[in-house]
Structure formats: structure tokens, C-alpha cells
Design a protein around this ligand. Structure first.
Ligand code: PLP
Ligand code: COI
Length: 339
């Protein structure tokens, strides 16, 4: 294995030793297969290539000081992948199969799990695709579920330092009654144009608005949005947001810290009154947001000291990571071990 500088890992693809696969054919899931090839062989008329029958998940495995490998709330990812499958008519991956394959992929690549103390983790990417052939717009009859893994650092290169984000109105990530609430590839395709433009204009990411009225905040690129005012944690509620497992956990941690948690439509004008803002997700962990610029009006919102993470975001970040890495007790039973 090459020498890895664990504290400088980017968020990206990293070739590891093995991945695991399972095929759904004739109405049932087959045997789990282990592969050392990063390639798959699929028919050119597979529905994933034409009609977007594709869903994925993002999870992480963390190495504790005790040498044990922990996975965070895998049941929630398994359930969300089932909701994604239901939403675009793919075969559901049973929870037990999901867990077995995730655990196997981590175990087979355990020497790639970053050592404790570098802020890095082993990213786990479960992927479900329609492999059956169709030329008419119909769901496939065959599916492939795969899990690959690779060590990563935080999603935004700034790590736990404030980023700048841009509100846009000329692109919607998802429609109110579309697929924004499930984790399917099409949502990400729809976000690419605005994301790349935002990066070229000097921002880490885009803040997408709810598409109907464009008054309320939906998501912060590939992460949920939250904001802090005094002892209140506010996060948007909308039918087109992906329910983030990180956000769900932060809401609980905030409540445990005695904060009030509000999940409700969050209007853009309200941004003015917040002391802190952040993006949260498995890949992003917590990314403090220092500045938000409205691309149409040019209006700029700043949160606390835009060059340093705010105190509440810092407490939330530390607590979440302490649970994930096993440094502090896990009062809600979120962590499970890979044996
Ligand atoms: N929102 C979007 C659009 C995402 O892609 C992700 C990443 O999974 C999240 C939010 C965060 O979700 P989670 O905390 O479950 O990783
Ligand atoms: C995650 O947070 O796991 C994601 O899937 C975000 C992104 C890389 C799509």
C-alpha cells in the first residue's frame, strides 16, 4: 500500500483492494460477489444509462482509539436507499443484505480506514443501478447493488473553516413533487451546471431554493443547511430536501445540549438574523458557512466572524465527531462495529 498522508486526504475516488456486488435477477437477490476490479460490465440498453434508474448512499467508517471500526447509523442509510428504490421503481435492497455488504466492503479494505486523529474516514458508497434492458421508458427487471469504499478527508477543501456559498434562482436542483427527497443520480446531474458556475465565481457551493416560490432555502449543494440564532437550531423543511442523517443527528445533539430545534420553511430574508450557518452531511460533516451571496441581488449575508467557525457549530461538530470516532459515549445507539 502506498504511503498516505491521512490529514491531507481530499474527498475523491481512491482505489482500494475490493468491492462487493450482488445481482437481482428473476425477482430475487443472488449471492454476494467480491471483486478486485473497479469496472463493471453492463448492457448498453441498461435503464441506469438512459432513464436514470440509479440511487446511491454515502456513509463513513471511523477508526476509534480502541482500534475498532465504527459505522454511523447504517440502518438510516439502508432505509433511505429503500425509499430511493421505491421512488424510481427499482428493486429494494433488503436491510440485512445492505448491512452485510457494507460491512464486508469495509472489512476487506480495513487497512484503508484512516487512523484515529486525522479527521479522515473511510467513505462508503453503496450504489444501486438498473441493469436490465429497456428502450421504452419502463423500469428494469434486473438490478446491481454494489459497495465500494475509499479513504477521504472533508468534502469542502476548507475543512472546518467557513466557506462562501451562492444563492441561485435560475436553476432548481429538484421539483417540489419530484425526486429531491430521495438520493437518485438525476438530482445531482441537475445541480452540476449551477455548482460548477458557482465554483468558477469563487464559491464552495450553491444554495438551492425551494423551486415553487423561490423564497425558502432548500439545500446547500450536497448537504443540508442549518442556521443558529442564540440557543435555536433552525433547519429548512421542504418536500424537495434530501433528509440528511447528519442533520437528523445534529438536531438531536442540539436538543441534548438544551437548544430549541426548529424544522420549518426558512426564508432567504431571515438569513439576516442568524449568528451562524452551516452545511451538514456525511461528506461535508459540518462545513461552517461564513458568507452567502445572493447571485441576483448581490446582497451579502455574513455570519459571525466569516474567518472562523462559530461557537455553536464548533460544539456540534466536536460532539458529532466524538460520537462517530468513539471518543465519547453514544447515548442514542448510533454507532455499530464492523467485526
Ligand atoms: N443533501 C444532499 C443533496 C446530499 O447529497 C447529502 C449527502 O448525502 C446530504 C444532504 C446529507 O445527507 P447525509 O447527512 O445523510 O449524508
Ligand atoms: C454524502 O454526503 O455522502 C454525499 O453523498 C454527498 C456527495 C458526495 C454527493
Amino acid at each position: 500500500m502506498q504511503n498516505i498522508d491521512w490529514s491531507k486526504l481530499p474527498f475523491g475516488y481512491f482505489q482500494t483492494d475490493y468491492n462487493v456486488r450482488c445481482y437481482y435477477r428473476n425477482g430475487k437477490w443472488g449471492e454476494i460477489e467480491v471483486s478486485s476490479s473497479p469496472h463493471i460490465n453492463i448492457h448498453m440498453a441498461a435503464t441506469c444509462l438512459h432513464y436514470g434508474q440509479e440511487a446511491f448512499e454515502g456513509m463513513k467508517a471511523y477508526l476509534g482509539k480502541d482500534g475498532k471500526i465504527r459505522i454511523f447509523r447504517w440502518e438510516e442509510n439502508a432505509k433511505r436507499m429503500q425509499r430511493s428504490a421505491d421512488g424510481i421503481l427499482m428493486a429494494r435492497v433488503p436491510e440485512e443484505l445492505f448491512h452485510t455488504m457494507v460491512s464486508k466492503a469495509v472489512k476487506l479494505n480495513e487497512h484503508f480506514v484512516p487512523p484515529h486523529g486525522h479527521g479522515a474516514a473511510l467513505y462508503i458508497r453503496p450504489l444501486l443501478i438498473g441493469t436490465g434492458i429497456q428502450v421504452g421508458v419502463n423500469p428494469a427487471k434486473e438490478y446491481l447493488f454494489m459497495v465500494f469504499v475509499g479513504p477521504v478527508g472533508p468534502y469542502f477543501k476548507e475543512g472546518f473553516n467557513p466557506v462562501k456559498m451562492q444563492i441561485v434562482r435560475d436553476v432548481d436542483r429538484a421539483a417540489p413533487l419530484g425526486t429531491g427527497h430521495i438520493k437518485v443520480g438525476g438530482n445531482y446531474a441537475g445541480s452540476l451546471f449551477a455548482s460548477e458556475r458557482a465554483k468558477a465565481e469563487g464559491y464552495a457551493s450553491v444554495i438551492f431554493l425551494e423551486a415553487k416560490e423561490k423564497k425558502f432555502i432548500d439545500e446547500a449543494g450536497p448537504a443540508n443547511f442549518f442556521a443558529i440564532k442564540g440557543k435555536t437550531y433552525v433547519t429548512p423543511k421542504s418536500p424537495s430536501i434530501l433528509p440528511s442523517i447528519t442533520n437528523m443527528s445534529l438536531m438531536q445533539i442540539a436538543a441534548d445540549m438544551g437548544m430549541t430545534v426548529e424544522r420549518r420553511p426558512l426564508a432567504v430574508e431571515e438569513l439576516e438574523g442568524f449568528e451562524e450557518a452551516g452545511a451538514c452531511g456525511t461528506a461535508a460533516i459540518i462545513s461552517p458557512i461564513g458568507t452567502i451571496v445572493d447571485r441576483d441581488s448581490g446582497k451579502t449575508y455574513t455570519f459571525g466572524d466569516p474567518s472562523a467557525a462559530g461557537p455553536v457549530s464548533t460544539r456540534l461538530f466536536k460532539k458529532l465527531q466524538a460520537i462517530q470516532y468513539g471518543d465519547e459515549p453514544d447515548p442514542h445507539g448510533w454507532v455499530s462495529f464492523v467485526e
